[in-house]
Design a protein around this ligand. Structure first.
Ligand SMILES: [Fe+2]
Ligand SMILES: [Fe+2]
Length: 199
């Protein structure tokens, strides 16, 4: 089974700047995603994307929401339609006339799976946060104190331990960091400092 999207253009440029409202995005999430862990993953990635856009890209309210929305819906179809992962949510958001930038970020969150290269900063950061956020959350679950007192070196140790959260692709993490040109420590710090607040 292939999840390759087989195309490189998403949405219509005429819809540039169009997002769903927060209410619409949340109700799509609630409707499509039954698994609470997956829902939490998407909320965590959404919060990281919004924070990054504001803090590192100087984004205003609208742009930060576009980033956040890409994070919030990137795996929306994974729970109920894993064979159609990515294709289904993209088609749905195309129908709803969403900004092509958001669609492309979602389409490129796993270049090895979907065959779409992350290009923009939004694309790169969604790809970068996706697996790292998951690994750090898995680590928080095995720590009695959760996120509190979590240190960089603990995360790096788990990253090297291939049997830990084995479904988290270390290759994707390295590939994403390389493409975004960011220091691994910087991104890990960024996640540790924020992710515990999302529940
Ligand atoms: Fe995914
Ligand atoms: Fe994900």
């Amino acid at each position: 089974m292939s999840l390759m999207l087989g195309r490189d253009r998403f949405g219509d440029p005429i819809n540039s700047g169009r997002t769903l409202s927060r209410e619409e995005a949340n109700s799509l999430l609630d409707e499509w995603v039954i698994n609470d862990r997956l829902k939490l993953h998407m909320k965590q990635v959404a919060a990281l994307m919004g924070d990054w856009a504001r803090e590192r890209e100087g984004a205003g309210v609208e742009k930060a929401w576009a980033w956040e929305m890409a994070g919030l819906l990137h795996d929306a179809d994974w729970d109920q339609w894993p064979d159609e992962h990515c294709r289904k949510i993209i088609e749905e958001l195309e129908k709803r006339q969403v900004d092509p930038e958001i669609l492309r970020a979602i389409a490129s969150h796993g270049p090895a799976h979907f065959g779409v290269e992350p290009q923009s900063r939004m694309d790169q950061m969604l790809y970068t946060f996706d697996e790292l956020s998951g690994l750090i959350h898995a680590y928080s679950l095995m720590r009695p104190e959760g996120y509190s007192g979590m240190e960089l070196k603990g995360v790096k140790k788990r990253l090297k331990e291939k049997s830990f959260a084995a479904n988290v692709s270390r290759e994707d993490i390295q590939d994403a960091l390389q493409r975004s040109g960011l220091e691994q420590d910087d991104v890990i710090h960024f996640i540790i400092a924020r992710q515990g607040r999302v529940s």
